[in-house]
Design a protein around this ligand. Structure first.
Ligand code: ZN
Ligand code: ZN
Length: 420
């Protein structure tokens, strides 16, 4: 036991409770892994979460938040502020290739194609880690100076087409209010780091993600008589090259990096016909909100002006998905030594920015938030060559789960103690 006057009186109790709950966290994770559910369809997962929180005697357990989300409130025995912990629950339309006994055999239809469903981003780990944290903190309840909100969120990987969902909708439905949250913490397991390590960054850590579509309208004609029409394939090719000059020539790359990628180029049905229309689709990533808006303007202007120069026309649609994930600098500075106590200071490292996006960013727009990475590639393997998150070969070492439980439990309790 820590001495009662220790500045960190919860450490030994958290360590013991995390040891005790670890086998169940592993079992939950295997169960979720074998039974993955896509965004806004996490009914089985959410039911398991809600049942667990109720059995622990939570003060309130709200289900069906933002379709399938669960929000649990655990009031401590002492007065104090409110801290939130967040996990995401959804899987991906990926066919698993990892040979584990609890391999997913679930299949679905995605965009008209038959494919598997897999927890290829590790959200099965996040959900079971947070269930483990719920058990740890419930066991310490009388000593907790404040309230802990547990946010189990659906559809982080974006909701199905035509539906709303994810963090944005959780916030709209009040998950940060009543009682009002003072700070929020979340984690993501990642195969680019080994088990036992924690990665973080102060300020912008993950990119914003927006997608764009450009419809380039020409005039259909015989491929052997191009002068009789306007070729949208040639115009669209020029647009693709024009879009590549935005980051290279228009953005201040000494401030933050950014990305414009065209991933879809659709047009034409036959080799000897110049079609009427070409559709381009792509993604825009930024680490600064003003640069993000600047990128949008450039994509719009370059597409429409190049089309006009070629005698065609272009319509541009940009959809804003996720904001930049920005770790509050003061909260980050406070959190790092806490994580050092859990993982060993030498295992807590500043990492490179990640061009992937996270809807944890929406919570951070409302309250100070800190998001960090927990390595999940076994120590005997080279993390530099491990299959990345979203790969059908993504593999999570279950040894990372207990570290996640301890990290979130420690951050929550120490933050409450420091801010009461
Ligand atoms: Zn993902
Ligand atoms: Zn993820």
């Amino acid at each position: 036991m820590n001495a009662p006057d220790s500045p960190f009186p919860f450490d030994s109790a958290i360590a013991a409770a995390a040891d005790a709950v670890e086998p169940r966290v592993v079992a939950w994770r295997r169960d979720f892994h074998e039974n993955p559910e896509l965004g806004n369809r996490e009914t089985r997962t959410a039911a398991a979460v809600a049942k667990h929180l109720r059995e622990l005697g939570f003060d309130s357990v709200q289900e069906k938040v933002a379709h399938t989300g669960v929000v649990g409130v655990l009031k401590g025995g002492l007065p104090g502020p409110v801290v939130a912990l967040r996990a995401d629950m959804d899987a991906l339309p990926v066919t698993e290739e990892v040979d584990v006994p609890f391999k997913s055999k679930v299949r679905t239809h995605w965009n008209g194609q038959d494919c598997g469903v897999m927890h290829a981003c590790g959200h099965d780990a996040h959900t079971s880690i947070l269930m483990g944290v719920a058990e740890v903190l419930a066991s310490l309840r009388e000593r907790i100076p404040g309230t802990v909100k547990f946010i189990f969120q659906p559809a982080e990987e974006t909701p199905p087409i035509g539906e709303e969902g994810g963090a944005k909708m959780m916030i709209e439905e009040g998950c940060l209010a009543g009682p009002d949250v003072g700070a929020i913490f979340g984690l993501h397991i990642t195969s680019i780091h080994n088990t036992g390590t924690i990665g973080y960054r102060s300020g912008p850590m993950m990119a914003s993600a927006d997608d764009f579509r450009v419809f380039v309208r020409g005039t259909q004609t015989h491929a052997a008589m191009p002068w009789r029409g306007v070729d949208p394939i040639v115009v669209s090719s020029q647009i693709v090259m024009g879009l590549q000059t935005i980051v290279a020539r228009k953005m201040n790359i000494t401030h933050e990096p950014s990305i414009v990628t065209v991933g879809v180029f659709h047009g034409g049905v036959r080799h000897n016909i110049i079609p009427d229309e070409v559709k381009l689709e792509g993604t825009i990533r930024a680490f600064d909100e003003s640069q993000r808006n600047e990128l949008h303007k450039h994509v719009e202007r370059i597409s429409t002006m190049i089309a006009e120069a070629g005698g065609a026309s272009a319509r541009v649609h940009i959809h804003r998905w996720y904001d930049v994930t920005v770790n509050d600098p003061a909260l980050t500075e406070w959190s790092v030594p806490m994580l050092g106590r859990v993982a060993g200071a030498e295992n807590v490292k500043v990492v490179d920015k990640v061009c992937g996006a996270e809807d944890f960013s929406f919570y951070q727009k409302k309250v100070p938030g800190f998001f960090f990475f927990v390595g999940c590639t076994p120590v005997e393997k080279d993390a530099r060559t491990a299959a990345p998150n979203h790969s059908p070969r993504f593999y999570a070492d279950e040894k990372c789960l207990k570290l996640g439980v301890k990290a979130l439990s420690t951050l929550a309790l120490d933050w409450l103690a420091a801010n009461r």
